[in-house]
Design a protein around this ligand. Sequence first.
Ligand SMILES: [Fe+2]
Length: 130
Amino acid sequence: MAIDFNHTILSAHDSRASANFLAEILGLPAPTHWGPFEMVTTANGANLDYMEVAGEITPQHYAFLVSEAEFDAIFGRVRDRKLPYWADPGRTKPGEINHHDSGRGVYFEEINGHLLEIITRPYGSGGWNP
Ligand SMILES: [Fe+2]
């Protein structure tokens, strides 16, 4: 099969500020604009398209596979900005990271409350299977 994940839409109150935040914290190229979207593109060509909505935003979850060096850089920016972070998606382990699959992982929020995750090993790649 030749099916690649291409894009998703993230609700935002300020799509430009949100896309800038995401690109900056992850160290990705500056967002681009298309139609109603401010788009952040990952290295595998997938777009995260911020779109402005009125009212309450239901937080979603977005995870990014990064190298060990990228983890250091991104996690450094998270700490520099004094953003809260957790080792788990349930947020029961604040101020910690995890080592699932013999890698590193951490969760933090972007500015709309969407829960971001960076991992250095894909789920299950190191035998971790809770
Ligand atoms: Fe996840």
